[in-house]
Structure formats: structure tokens, C-alpha cells
Design a protein around this ligand. Structure first.
Ligand code: GLN
Ligand code: ZN
Length: 741
């Protein structure tokens, strides 16, 4: 019995990773200092592994993203080893696209495979990063992302070229593995999480072919996680040294193991402590699980984490303000390592005092529960998930009430969060700035942003979200049932971090959450101001959530709290309310067969949250463009208006709305908020013109792709000015042709 762990956070206890790299970008430290700092951080990270587990990978550390590293390892981009070149690919003008890593909120850089003229590029080992790491730390196993995952997550080639490209990759991987073996690596850690997606049979054949060859080059441990492997049995005769399986998020793996066993010539690496959620492992239950595995196979078993640990903050130890009942029930990355060592103790020596103490909380949790909230969810009936009138009837009422022009303009919600504002919030939170002063500052910003929007001539205004640090954390702080950590940061991409709240109890809204700011903004203008809320699915997707009740109940509790806010906003005269759901698509299960179940509750939760009066216009926003597969679920949300990302595809996303008759209103984003560039009116008109081929002009809104919070005022003002003038020109061009409703 051995313990193995991987994916331990690179961020560092005090977010040293972020400080170092951003310090280098800002010119505050030089390259030598950056390199030395990161080496110290990595040494500390490995030391943590050594303290708790028997084996671990080396070379996981990345300056920005492991997928980019893999592209460089394989020679996809010229790499002279200069940091500037690396960071140019990560965040320069021509940086690679960022996208979500599987169904997580980590974003990776998407490599682009050059595939001109149908010829695969020649892949070769251009940078032996795993070897460098192994030579420095020979007690770990070199880490690489495997060829299947690498190619599946890259872009720039047609689907039918997959086989050719995949085969072209294999010699480079063979070369890589050979070099590692020659350097004395006893085994290699190969990450293949893409094996848990829906893998078509012809890909299974390719995987078998590739690993039959690669397994002869070195001893490979192939890791899968986030779900089960549908073709697990077809891996059994491959020359692999071991297979890592997620036994927490991949329950079907257990069924396969029970039914088909596991080959005795391989190591079964059992992912048994959760890398995605924070609840402590029940060690006795986990031990029984391992005992069951032993019944099913005589293979050697290593126990490990299920999913990389970087989805968790570094350690619970540094938290000093959590409810003690919560503190003693949760585990972050460091505690997961400890659990593995305790589990090993339990399995080899039996129940020691330390094992006993781990699962023996002393503080009760009655105060986490609210019978009235549970009761409210239990009493929900089908009509609670529907608005009173169908869309067509509602939209007539709303149009009359709002009397907006054709191609109405609006923004997604946030306006620039400037440094002074962030400083003021920090001071306010630390008790160094009086509440009255902080609120006065927020009001001043709201006044300013309303005035600016009026001057620009926007039609539906927003209050700017200046009081919010983060769209989930803001609401989690105001709702009961959520805890906010002090130091629980995790990486979202690059050096960008966020702090997922912990949803531990029944959700209750003690008082209105957004009323003060929204009504203040509305009092300053005759134009409609949009109420701005975060939807139930996103609240849940970007938090750690309780597991003692089904996920749909968690979603409905959140939805009811949001619905109460909607009602309060309506009562206060707010005519338009936006409920953001950027995580709606990402939270979908990796396997298509589980989609209906997920979308059923996700759609219901949104409908419950947005059950407004017919005359209230409900908007939703999603910052992506892959709608082809989910369009019917989008429609089922029954929102009146949806704003989406559309600039990067120049409006081609509208394709999705072509085949499915979409009768609601839609705002294809015309302004790429991820770029500092100021878009021209012409470029924005072109996107709308593309949309008009599919969507009737009277259903089209003009808005940016996403919130403007990370942009600077100097970019935002001219961009919005151009956006408004694009809308005006569109009105001139199309106005006459549009029937007045
Ligand atoms: N209303 C939010 C904002 O404008 C939406 C952010 C998002 O979609 N991620 O910032
Ligand atoms: Zn967005």
C-alpha cells in the first residue's frame, strides 16, 4: 500500500506565486529573483508532498499554464527559453485563447495546431521540461500531459484530422519517455483526464494503438479524473504500469471494477480523497472502499486524490474566523495529503488516536439548518417554475412599459474597478475606513456611471457593480448558509485567483442584498436601470457546496433567495433585472448521457429565481458562445433577453440560433472586453448584421461581451461611444423595414 498525490496548488500559502510573477510583469523584480523565488516555492511544495505521501510527481509547476508548457515541450511554438516569449504566448497581444478546463473553473491556454494544407506538423521534443524537473528532484515522478488530452483540448484542425495529428504526436512522446527512462525515471506520471469525456470508438482505437507503443518506452502511470472511463476494460491489456481512477466523481469506475476486476500486472491508483470539494473524507468509509477493491483485484493498490488538488485552497490551518463547526469538518489541499497518510495508517495499523480524532467533530451543526427553508423547497409545485404569461405576451407588456428604440443598447453590469476603489474596500473591510465613507464613495461612483451612460446615450443603464469584489462572493457574504474564507484562494487562470465561498447550510436571505445601490441608481435617471443578480447555478458552481442534500435542492434554495430579491427589486420600481449565469454551460456533466438530469434542475433553478411579474423584463448573460449543443436548454430558461459572447467569432455564434427557432431577444456581444483595443463602429455593426440574417432586428440588443470591470475608463468610454453610434446607424439602416409592434 502506497500513497500518491498530485496537483498540489502552485499558488503558495501566501499567494507567493502570484506576487512573484506579477511582480516580474510589473518590473518590480528581475528574472533572477523570479526564478529563485519560484524554485523556493516549488521546493516547499515538494517538501509538503514528502511529509505526507510516499510518491508524487515533479515538474507540475508552470509559469502560467501546463497546457502551454506542453505545447512548448512538443515544439509547437518557437521557444528560445526567454521569459518574455513565454509570457507573450500567455498574455500578450497575440496570446492564446483561454478556455475552461473540463467542467472546472480553471482556464487553460488553448494551443493552436498548425494544420495548413492538411499536413501535420512535425512534433519533436523541443523542451524536455519533465526531464529538467526530474534531474532537480529525482525522488519524484516526471509529470506530463498525455497526447490524447493535449490534442483533444487543442484547436485549429478539423475533427477528421484528429487521427493523423494524434499519430504524428506519438513519436515525440516516445522520444520524451525514452529520455526520461534513460535518465533513470522509474515511472512517469501521464495525465489523461480527457479519457473521461465521451470518447468515440475510433478514438479508443487510437488510444490503444498509441499506448501500446508508448508503454514499451517507459513505465507509465496514466491518470484519469473528474469522471469515469467508459472504456476502462479496453485499457487492461495495454502495457501500462498503472492507471489512476477517480472513485469519487466517477462512480461508474467502481461498477466496472466490481464487475470486471482490475489486471494484477498493473497498479490501481485509487482516487479516494476529493480534489474538488472541501468536506473531510470519512476515513473508515474510505478504508472499507479500499477493502472492497482488494476483493475485486489482486493488483497493487495506491491510494490517491480524486482530481488534482489545485481546485482546493492550500490549507485550512490559516483560517481563523470560520465557524468552529465548519473548520473542523473541512479539508483543503494540505489536509487531503494528511488524509492519505491517515488512511494508510488505518489500513496498515488500524485505528489510531489520530485516525479517530480526524472524524470526530465536537461542535454541533444544528444552527446550519433552517426547517422553513427546507419546507419551502419541499412545497414547490410545477407552477412555481413558470412565469404567469408566455414570452410573447410578456414581451408586448415589457415593450410598452420600457419603450426602447430598435437595437437597444446596454452593458453587462460592471464598470471599471479602479485601484482606489479596491483600496477603499480593503480599508473598509479592515475597519480602517468608516462604513459611511465607503458607502459615500460607492454612491459617488454610481452617480458618475449613470451620468456617463446618459451622456453616451445608452438605453438600459446599470449601476456599475462598484460595491462588488466578485459576483459570487458578494452574494455569498450576504446570504446565510455560506462561509467566506480569509485565505482560501485558488487559481482561475495564470496568476488570477478567486476565493470560492463554502455553502454549508440552508440558504437564507436575511435582508435585501442589492436594493440600496440599484434604487439609488434608478433615482438618478428616468431610463431603466437593470437590477443585477448572480444566478443559482453560477452561485453553486463557483462555490464549494454541501453534499448532505441533493444538488438540485441546493440550487432551489439559492433560487428562492434570488427570487425574493427579484420581488423586492420589482416592488421598488425596477423594470429590468439581469440574472447572470456564466457557469450554466460549464457545470454540465462531462458525459452527454448525464445532461438531461443536470439541465433539468439547472433550468428549473433559473426559472424559479427569475419568476418575476410579466411586465418585468428578465435578462440573463453567459460569457461564451458554444450554444449549438445547449440551445434548447437556453430557450427553456424562458428569459426575455440573453446577452452572449460573440466578438471572437464575429457573430458566427448566431449559427446556433439558426436551426432552432429562437424567438426571444438576444444581445450578441459586439465589444471584446478581454482586449484593451477600442472597437470601431463598423466592426460592431458587422456582428449585428450577421445576427440579422438569423434573428429579426426587433429582437436584437447591442451590448459588450461581458462586464467591463477589468477594463480602464479610457478604453471603456470611447468603446461604448462607438457602440452607441453603431446602434444608431443600424437603426437608420433597418428602422423603416421593422414593423412597429
Ligand atoms: N454582471 C457581471 C459583470 O458585468 C457579469 C460577469 C460575468 O458574466 N462573468 O461583471
Ligand atoms: Zn460575462
Amino acid at each position: 500500500m502506497q500513497t500518491y498525490a498530485y496537483g498540489y496548488p502552485r499558488l503558495g500559502r501566501k499567494r507567493e506565486y502570484k506576487t512573484l510573477i506579477e511582480g516580474f510583469w510589473a518590473g518590480k523584480i528581475q528574472e533572477a529573483e523570479l526564478v529563485a523565488g519560484l524554485e523556493a516555492l516549488e521546493a516547499e511544495r515538494l517538501e509538503t508532498y514528502r511529509r505526507f505521501v510516499d510518491r508524487f510527481p515533479v515538474g507540475e509547476l508552470s509559469l502560467y499554464d501546463p497546457m502551454l508548457d506542453t505545447a512548448l515541450i512538443l515544439g509547437l511554438y518557437p521557444n528560445g527559453g526567454r521569459l518574455e516569449d513565454y509570457f507573450a504566448l500567455a498574455r500578450g497581444e497575440k496570446a492564446l485563447e483561454l478556455t475552461k478546463w473540463f467542467n472546472t473553473n480553471y482556464h487553460y491556454l488553448v494551443p493552436e495546431i498548425p494544420f495548413a494544407g492538411g499536413q501535420p506538423p512535425t512534433f519533436r521534443v523541443a523542451w524536455n521540461k519533465p526531464l529538467e524537473a526530474f534531474q532537480k528532484f529525482p525522488d519524484g515522478l516526471p509529470y506530463v500531459i498525455g497526447p490524447y488530452t493535449f490534442l483533444r483540448l487543442s484547436k485549429g484542425y478539423p475533427p477528421e484530422a484528429f487521427g493523423v495529428l494524434f499519430r504524428a504526436l506519438i513519436p515525440a512522446y516516445a522520444e520524451l519517455f525514452r529520455a526520461l527512462k534513460a535518465a533513470g525515471a522509474p515511472m512517469i506520471h501521464v495525465d489523461e483526464p480527457a479519457w473521461v469525456t465521451d470518447v468515440p470508438p475510433e478514438h479508443v482505437a487510437l488510444i490503444r494503438e498509441a499506448y501500446t507503443a508508448l508503454g514499451r518506452e517507459a513505465e507509465l502511470l496514466v491518470f484519469t479524473y473528474y469522471d469515469s472511463v467508459d472504456f476502462l476494460e479496453q485499457l487492461y491489456d495495454l502495457p501500462l504500469r498503472g492507471i489512476g481512477l477517480d472513485l469519487i466523481h466517477g462512480a461508474e469506475n467502481l461498477e466496472t471494477l466490481r464487475r470486471a476486476g482490475f489486471p494484477s500486472d498493473k497498479i490501481l491508483i485509487a482516487g479516494i480523497v476529493d480534489g474538488r470539494n472541501v468536506w473531510k473524507t470519512d476515513l473508515r468509509k474510505a478504508a472499507r472502499q479500499v477493502e472492497a477493491l482488494r476483493q475485486w483485484t489482486s493488483a497493487g493498490i495506491w491510494i490517491s486524490n480524486a482530481g488534482p488538488l489545485y481546485h482546493l485552497p492550500v490549507t485550512v490551518e490559516v483560517e481563523t474566523r470560520l465557524d468552529p463547526a465548519l473548520q473542523e469538518r473541512i479539508a483543503f489541499a494540505a489536509e487531503r495529503l494528511k488524509e492519505l497518510s491517515l488512511l494508510k495508517t488505518l489500513l496498515t495499523e488500524g485505528e489510531t488516536e489520530a485516525v479517530r480524532r480526524w472524524n470526530a467533530p465536537v461542535h454541533p451543526i444544528d444552527h446550519w439548518h433552517r426547517p422553513e427553508v427546507q419546507e419551502r423547497v419541499r412545497r414547490l409545485r410545477p407552477e412555481d417554475f413558470s412565469r404567469e404569461l408566455p414570452y410573447a405576451a410578456r414581451s408586448r407588456q415589457q415593450r410598452e412599459r420600457l419603450s426602447l428604440p430598435l437595437f437597444p443598447t446596454t452593458t453587462i453590469g460592471s464598470f471599471p474597478q479602479t485601484e482606489d476603489l479596491r483600496r477603499a474596500r480593503t480599508a473598509y473591510r479592515a475597519g480602517k475606513l468608516p462604513e459611511a465613507e465607503y458607502e459615500a464613495l460607492i454612491r459617488e461612483r454610481i452617480r458618475y456611471v449613470i451620468q456617463i451612460q446618459e451622456e453616451l446615450g445608452l438605453d438600459v443603464l446599470v449601476h456599475g457593480e462598484f460595491e462588488r469584489s466578485d459576483m459570487v462572493e458578494f452574494f455569498a457574504e450576504l446570504l446565510e448558509g455560506f462561509a467566506i474564507t480569509q485565505h482560501g484562494w485558488i487559481l482561475s487562470y495564470g496568476t488570477r485567483v478567486y476565493r470560492p465561498p463554502i455553502l454549508y447550510g440552508d440558504v437564507h436571505r436575511p435582508r435585501p442584498m442589492t436594493l440600496k445601490e440599484i434604487t439609488y441608481a434608478q433615482s438618478l435617471t428616468a431610463k431603466p436601470v437593470k437590477g443585477m443578480l448572480t444566478g443559482p447555478v453560477t452561485m453553486l458552481a463557483w462555490s464549494y457546496i454541501r453534499e448532505d442534500i441533493p444538488v438540485h435542492e441546493v440550487a432551489f434554495q439559492l433560487a428562492l433567495a434570488i427570487q425574493d430579491e427579484v420581488r423586492d427589486l420589482e416592488a421598488a420600481g425596477i423594470r429590468v433585472i439581469q440574472i447572470d449565469e456564466p457557469a450554466f454551460r460549464e457545470r454540465a456533466p462531462l458525459k452527454r448521457r448525464r445532461w438531461p438530469e443536470y439541465f433539468d434542475w439547472a433550468v428549473k433553478a433559473f426559472r424559479l429565481a427569475s419568476r418575476a411579474r410579466p411586465e418585468t423584463q428578465i435578462h440573463t448573460h453567459m460569457c461564451y458562445s458554444e450554444f449549438n449543443e445547449i440551445i434548447e436548454y437556453i430557450d427553456a430558461l424562458d428569459a426575455d433577453v440573453i446577452s452572449i459572447e460573440a466578438t471572437r467569432s464575429r457573430g458566427e455564434v448566431i449559427h446556433a440560433f439558426e436551426h432552432h427557432r429562437y424567438e426571444r431577444q438576444i444581445g450578441p456581444g459586439v465589444y471584446d472586453v478581454h482586449s484593451p483595443a477600442v472597437p470601431t463602429p463598423e466592426s460592431m455593426e458587422a456582428i449585428i448584421e450577421r445576427a440579422i440574417r438569423v434573428i429579426p432586428p426587433e429582437n436584437i440588443w447591442v451590448n459588450p461581451d461581458c462586464g467591463l470591470k477589468t477594463r480602464r475608463w479610457e478604453e471603456v468610454i470611447p468603446s461604448l461611444r462607438n457602440m452607441v453610434s453603431a446602434a444608431r446607424r443600424l437603426r437608420e439602416r433597418h428602422g423603416a423595414a421593422v414593423p412597429t409592434p
